[in-house]
Design a protein around this ligand. Structure first.
Ligand code: SIN
Length: 288
């Protein structure tokens, strides 16, 4: 069966059928997947996949090094209890508890963010495999930060061009974590980074906003009130409906998104109906 790619929304995302990700993809086919991903604004959905953990890691590794892989940077220590015990590349998201132990992080990412933007080299591709999904609810929203940037006035683009922002896990921990089980080490330097407010995508060469409400603390060189006002404007601007694709999960979906050009928000509206997902997180370049 040939690979087909169909757009999911006018602003971003495409669905890919005709591929079985549990089998290794040849170089040419993988090149087509990668190209489609970039052309779709950084989000592809592969429905009906059945991947074991090793296959998930193998497919993900084609996009670059992974957080938690041997010899690579781990994710922040706070989430280490949610990693797969044998495969630290896999971060588990779940609202279920078994034998008193959480199966994964509950309410993970229930705020707008770009994965681990507080690292010097934040995430590139994240690949989430839906293993159990509620019959209703639990969607994930994705906002296209390239489109949001391009829709700004030339005057605003000029003002933003030289600016940098501080991204800090301490803010995420303080404001977004429902249960504040945070490892003290995570509140120190390795989880704080300064990045340009407008970054150039290393593969497409397109510019996009690189700030997010969950992890971006302040703009460098501005008074607190000024920074809050300008960041508040950018967050509100980027998360308008016209820049968003909303993904309704089906069991077996594999979704790959590009944290260099998108922010995302997991909607926590499914109560205790089981939702279980496994994610790999690719290590990206230092934003420029
Ligand atoms: C995340 O990676 O932020 C979680 C996404 C989700 O559970 O939908």
């Amino acid at each position: 069966m040939a690979m087909t790619v169909n757009p999911l929304s006018p602003v971003l995302g495409a669905e890919v059928t005709g591929l079985d990700l549990s089998r290794p993809l040849g170089e040419n086919l993988f090149g087509e997947v990668r190209q489609s991903w970039l052309e779709a604004g950084g989000l592809l959905v592969f429905p009906g996949q059945s991947l074991n953990t090793a296959q998930h890691i193998e497919f993900s590794s084609r996009f670059g090094p992974l957080f938690g892989a041997p010899g690579e940077t781990p994710l922040q220590e706070t989430v280490s209890r949610y990693l797969h015990p044998d495969h630290p590349e896999i971060y588990r998201v779940s609202n279920q508890v078994k034998d008193g132990e959480p199966l994964g992080r509950a309410r993970a990412g229930t705020y707008w963010h770009s994965d681990v933007s507080f690292k010097e080299r934040p995430a590139a591709a994240s690949i989430l495999h839906a293993i159990e999904v509620p019959a209703a609810g639990g969607d994930t929203l994705f906002a296209n930060m390239t489109a949001a940037y391009e829709a700004l006035s030339e005057a605003m683009k000029e003002m933003l061009a030289p600016l940098s922002a501080v991204h800090d896990f301490a803010q995420t921990a303080a404001t977004q974590f429902a249960e504040p089980i945070v490892v003290e080490n995570d509140l120190k330097g390795a989880n704080r980074a300064v990045h340009p407010v407008v970054r150039t995508h290393p593969e497409t060469g397109r510019k996009g906003l690189y700030v997010n409400p969950g992890m971006t603390v302040r703009l460098e060189g501005f008074e607190a009130g000024e920074s809050e006002a300008l960041l508040g404007f950018l967050f509100g601007h980027a998360t308008q409906h016209r820049f968003i694709y909303r993904h309704r999960w089906r069991q077996g979906d594999v979704v790959i998104w590009d944290n260099r050009s998108l922010i995302h928000y997991a909607v926590c509206d499914y109560g205790d109906r089981p939702r279980y997902m496994e994610r790999t997180t690719g290590i990206g370049d230092r934003p420029v």
